[in-house]
Design a protein. Structure first.
Length: 128
């Protein structure tokens, strides 16, 4: 499952190594609906069309009460560590047993049941 920062990086830079990484996943590219909301929250007009094009190639996992409840549980379990959007993204990865492809590894590190994806092709230096 792809986090917001990976899609945003593609929209800004069209980074070949991320495209190569996504192609290696054989079309099984997913993201959370919360990621979609985050993408449009701070997007500049010129990147909106590119984001829309990228999202056409990605399966979006819809929000649900179950995800909301799990996100709330994670927020309670990790107070001051998880922002609301990250709690929903982590809940989505956890609920569907998906590895999370993110460059913000510290945001999700040590959250029980959330596995971080290790890319084959490094588009940019990974943060710890």
């Amino acid at each position: 499952m792809i986090d917001t920062n990976i899609i945003a990086m593609l929209a800004i830079n069209n980074t070949d190594s991320i495209i190569k990484e996504l192609d290696s996943l054989s079309g099984h590219v997913l993201t959370s609906q919360m990621t979609v909301i985050e993408l449009f929250y701070n997007s500049k007009a010129k990147s909106i069309r590119k984001i829309e094009e990228l999202l056409e190639k990605i399966t979006i996992i819809p929000l649900s009460k179950e995800l909301g409840d799990l996100g709330l549980g994670l927020t309670k379990a990790y107070p001051l560590k998880l922002h609301a959007a990250d709690a929903i993204i982590a809940a989505t990865a956890r609920l569907y047993n998906l590895s999370l492809y993110t460059n913000n590894r510290k945001d999700f590190a040590n959250i029980a049941g959330v596995h971080l994806y290790r890319p084959q092709f490094h588009a940019f230096p990974l943060k710890p």
